[in-house]
Write a protein that binds this ligand. Sequence first.
Ligand code: MLT
Ligand code: MN
Length: 312
Amino acid sequence: MRLKVLGSAAGGGFPQWNCNYRLSRDVRNGVQGFRARTQSSLGVSADGRDWIVFNASPDIREQIAATRELQPREDGPLRASPIQAVILTNADVDHIAGLLSLRERHRFVVYATARVLRVLAENSIFNVLDSELVERRELSLNIPTPITDWQGRPTSIVVEAFPVPGKVALFLEDAGKAEEGFGTQEGDTVGVRIRQEGHDGAVLYVPGCAAVDADLKERISAAACLLFDGTVYTDDEMQSAGVGTKTGRRMGHLHIGGPGGSMDLLADVAPKRRIYVHINNTNPILDENSPEAAAVRAGGWEIGYDGMEIGP
Ligand code: MLT
Ligand code: MN
């Protein structure tokens, strides 16, 4: 199984279009130790030919342009794409807006939980994906689902979606239900366990996660590789950067550093390969030379970047 990080940044990307915080400025200025990053997405393939894209980011066009494997094969038909399926882990803008760029009459399948499929159904702009060509299939929770293409041909990739502590998409928050997670329900945010049929070594992809519960801990301890929510390093990072008022927790993202952070909470279960993805443009680990990046590396974690390859 091959995995490729297509986009390692959180919503907004890095640099973010309207951000003048020091990190966005430094990456714009080409300062050593910085890399630009597109928004959150992962490509997975069993055979290197057929690909499944986890989360369709607003940067998907750029991501395809940067990834030869996702482009039409030279010996292929006049209109074609190696992308057989798109799997969504929530309905945030950074994970679904790219579906709009996948129109143009390509046949593929969208897999998501009932909650996320409902968001697509309720927003008629997604009808640009002609339902005759793009089937939407429900991903049941806690059941391994063999992913097949539009014709029902197996891709050899099996995906199990499992609920994680999180939050309903920002644009669907119900302010009247602030005490109850702004109306968040099970299936709004999931992690996925990805494996190739007949092979050991499952990968867990959890780009959004607000807390570590016993179920998640157990799943992580059984995985060979973890790609995990690296949105913020400290919970109050947006405030101390002066760019916002929300904490990581308020956004549905567990911070990385310090007591109660993901490095701390996962120290005793983390698989050999563990990688932070969905990194926000305020996170100091975006500076390779920062003490926070050094601390993450010392904790045995890797810092995801666009084009990063994992496997076989
Ligand atoms: C998030 O991960 O918190 C969201 O992507 C925020 C957003 O929609 O911009
Ligand atoms: Mn996001």
